[in-house]
Write a protein that binds this ligand. Structure first.
Ligand SMILES: CC(C)(COP(=O)(O)OP(=O)(O)OC[C@H]1O[C@@H](n2cnc3c(N)ncnc32)[C@H](O)[C@@H]1OP(=O)(O)O)[C@@H](O)C(=O)NCCC(=O)NCCSC(=O)CCS(=O)O
Ligand SMILES: Cc1cc2nc3c(=O)[nH]c(=O)nc-3n(C[C@H](O)[C@H](O)[C@H](O)COP(=O)(O)OP(=O)(O)OC[C@H]3O[C@@H](n4cnc5c(N)ncnc54)[C@H](O)[C@@H]3O)c2cc1C
Length: 411
């Protein structure tokens, strides 16, 4: 468990954090390559495995380090300063889907998933569909109960790592033998064709061409009667009826991780800007002597630091199921992602034309950071969630949502 007495500011100097700090310059030197080639950073994976950063949050009994979410976010911030792509891999190798399995899974599922993640696999979490993005509970992918398991049907898109990830946690609407909707469950699907584990009925249909994080595949996945055996169903603790709530409770850890990547990019951009303000001279003096830029720098620093504090608070304020509190996670991720875009934008501005070119990492960081008010729950959705918490009311978004509450059909 995390050291809850840890200072809210100074990261605990853990072995993983030391390892991440040691890897920083190497990751930074390679980051441009993945961005330009749009290739996955396979070369980084052995370094992450050797540094025990893949699956550091997995309990020791399954081969991990048993690291807390607080210790994970410290590593994520450090890596994100240098390479967004690698930071996203570390988040999904320690939070979100893998954390749901470690919390809700069977012994077999935990050991099975730990093996892949510890060996370097970044699991994919499959929630979003073409017609169910923010309105995730309107997903139409189904898991029809059949003898020995379930048949998955549907389309998921914007799946991070699609085509690269071996493990997939697929959210789907469970239908019993009679086709009656039971609620939403999580289904573990292995896609590892190089090792003969190709799931029939599962296809990677296409890859998005993205503005940032260019080395990470964002793919559309098709499920056509893909069979998932009973023992690969992640049964949420409250059953399928509240399966979405339980699975999203686990997902809140990934929201904190995603917000930390955004903050880490901004922290890295702040480092670059601070360096440049002392290096660049105009009017016979370092541009850092101009008060306007000094004030910008101070504001950037405050935004990064406030984000860091909120994220570290969320990482260590755990709900009953051992995951970050929903509202703290939403607030931290919303705040960090919006402010990170602003900070990276200002840092790029301080470089003048140089910031707009590829001699500095700022333009890549600016393209990378832009996703974080969208992926992981948009800033708008998270603000609604925070407001609902502040008001102490449910905030249904469908037109009949409030009617159902009034009628008592929705609690
Ligand atoms: C918009 C939503 C919040 C859901 O809204 P709905 O009005 O459709 O449904 P609700 O009644 O609000 O929720 C149903 C049920 O689940 C509980 N819930 C919802 N969210 C959470 C949460 N984060 N933590 C815990 N519990 C949650 C809610 O309280 C209800 O429970 P009760 O029935 O009241 O007990 C939701 O659809 C939403 O979050 N939409 C955004 C979609 C999203 O975040 N997608 C992420 C996909 S993965 C990704 O993007 C990866 C990229 S990243 O870098 O990580
Ligand atoms: C880089 C990247 C990686 C991703 N990785 C994954 C992944 O690994 N797994 C996965 O499942 N998904 C992933 N996603 C998908 C992501 O979760 C969705 O894009 C996100 O939930 C928003 O859904 P949408 O794109 O359909 O936008 P929409 O829901 O169509 O929203 C469009 C706009 O309307 C706003 N909006 C919608 N509803 C409301 C409302 N009720 N109130 C106010 N505003 C509203 C939104 O905030 C947004 O501005 C990823 C997305 C990106 C960009």
């Amino acid at each position: 468990m995390s050291d809850l007495s840890a200072s809210p500011v100074i990261p605990t100097e853990t072995l993983p954090l030391k390892a991440a700090r040691g890897l920083g310059p190497t990751l930074a030197a390679r980051a441009h390559k993945w961005d330009q080639s749009r290739e996955y950073c396979h070369e980084n994976i052995p370094d992450l495995v050797a540094a025990k950063l893949m699956g550091m949050s997995i309990p020791r009994e399954y081969g991990g380090q048993g690291a807390s979410f607080l210790q994970v976010v410290d590593v994520v911030e450090e890596v994100a300063r240098h390479c967004t792509l690698t930071a996203r891999i570390i988040v999904e190798a320690n939070m979100g889907g893998i954390s749901a399995v470690m919390a809700y899974g069977t012994e077999k599922q935990k050991a099975f998933c730990a093996k892949y993640v510890l060996a370097g696999d970044k699991p994919a979490i499959c929630i979003t569909e073409p017609d169910a993005g923010s309105a995730a509970t309107e997903m139409t992918s189904t898991a029809q109960k059949v003898k020995g398991g379930y048949r998955l049907n549907g389309v998921k898109h914007w799946i991070t790592g699609g085509g690269m990830s071996k493990l997939h946690l697929v959210f789907a609407r469970v239908l019993d033998d009679a086709g009656v909707d039971q609620g939403i469950g999580g289904f573990l699907l292995l896609h590892d064709p190089d090792n003969g584990d190709d799931c029939e009925g599962f296809t990677v249909a296409r890859r998005e061409r993205t503005m940032g994080l260019c080395g990470m595949p964002e793919a559309e996945l098709h499920f056509e009667d893909a069979f998932i055996a009973d023992d690969m169903v992640v049964l949420p603790p409250s059953g399928f009826k509240r399966g979405f709530a339980d699975l999203m409770t686990a997902y809140n850890s990934q929201r904190v991780g995603a917000g930390t990547i955004a903050m880490g990019i901004a922290a890295g951009a702040l480092d670059h800007a601070t360096r440049y303000l002392k290096e660049r001279e105009q009017f016979g003096r370092p541009i850092g002597e101009f008060q306007g830029l000094q004030w910008m720098l101070a504001e950037m620093d405050a935004k990064v630091h406030a984000s860091r504090l909120m994220l570290r608070e969320a990482a260590q304020t755990l709900c009953g199921k051992g995951f970050p509190d929903m509202h703290l996670a939403a607030r931290a991720k919303m705040f960090a992602s919006e402010n990170a875009i602003s900070v990276v934008n200002d840092a790029l501005q301080m470089f003048g034309a140089r910031g707009y070119g590829s001699q500095e990492p700022l333009e890549r960081m600016y393209r990378d950071v832009r996703m974080f008010t969208i992926g992981g729950g948009t800033a708008q959705i998270l603000k609604t969630q925070v407001a609902g918490g502040l008001l102490g009311i449910k905030v249904p978004q469908t037109r009949d949502g409030y009617v159902k509450i009034a009628e008592g059909s929705v609690k």
